[in-house]
Design a protein. Structure first.
Length: 278
């Protein structure tokens, strides 16, 4: 009697397992139809900071339905790891995070980069144009609040050689794009590696919030580059940046300004001839 009961129990257990497996399989099939087959995606295993170099400890593989894959996410069609997948994972070692990546986020191609020929300043210079650096200070550089991608006017203060009262200012270039501020370039890794003077170890300094730069690089035509070189020969403070709205592309016809234009009627108190002349 006990053997019959045991046999019946085993049969019921096997049937229960069969029905459960059948139910799970049907749910999986329904999920595949609704969300697509599962694929492998690369995810962040931990929080990754902006400009941080990514190593193997920061990445992991996860299986998700294909429908849940983010655009541009690094993924593999197979569900299980193999040698090719592992080789591809190793190629990501040494990449650099362009933006902060939270633990569990899918790694997408627009979140990482690596230094190379397509990064840096040169690829950003449009064919037929030139990049030229302009020295700036806290005052001439709009409190150093300009950033790559901004558009500026350049105002030159020119010494005519006839005395301070005969200097003039002139907006020499308008609606000029800023390619870089200091060493911070839009498509480059905004960081610099420095040696810690106390510990002796290398440390990474982000340039995203760096305001210690002393130059701004702008994109101009070759003839404009020559004109700027001539103006800059008057000294480091010969140019002032005037920031404009990125949507404002209008050129304004602005004449030169002298001290007499600034003073107006009060200019009659100044001597209007160069020193030593009558």
């Amino acid at each position: 009697m006990n053997n019959k009961a045991l046999t019946l129990s085993l049969l019921m257990a096997i049937l229960a397992v069969f029905f459960v497996q059948s139910y799970v399989s049907s749910i999986e099939e329904e999920a595949k139809k609704k969300f697509g087959t599962e694929i492998l995606v690369v995810k962040a295993k931990k929080d990754i900071k902006e400009a941080e170099t990514i190593d193997e400890t920061a990445l992991e593989l996860a299986r998700i339905p294909k429908r849940f894959k983010e655009p541009a996410a690094i993924s593999f069609e197979q569900r299980e790891e193999d040698k090719e997948v592992l080789r591809s994972m190793k190629r990501l070692t040494g990449a650099i995070a362009i933006v902060p990546i939270k633990k569990g986020e899918q790694i997408t191609l627009n979140k990482i980069t690596e230094p190379g020929v397509r990064t840096g300043l040169a690829p950003q210079v449009a064919p037929g144009r030139r990049a030229i650096a302009v020295p700036v200070t806290e005052i001439s550089g709009v409190a150093k609040l300009v950033k790559p991608g901004d558009r500026v006017d350049l105002i030159a203060v020119i010494d005519t050689g006839l005395g301070k009262e005969y200097r003039l200012s002139k907006t020499v270039l308008q609606d000029i794009v800023v390619l870089a501020v200091g060493r911070s370039v839009t498509n480059n890794v905004a960081r610099v590696v420095e040696t810690d003077m106390f510990g002796g170890k290398d440390r990474i300094k982000s340039l995203a919030e760096d305001f210690s730069f002393n130059s701004v690089t702008v994109e101009v035509e070759p003839s404009q580059a020559q004109a700027l070189a001539l103006v800059l020969a008057n000294g480091d403070n010969a140019l002032t940046l005037s920031l404009r709205n990125n949507d404002d592309t209008d050129r304004v016809n602005v004449g030169a300004t002298t001290i007499y234009d600034v003073l107006g009627p009060d200019a009659m108190h100044l001597q209007r001839t160069p020193a030593g002349k009558k």
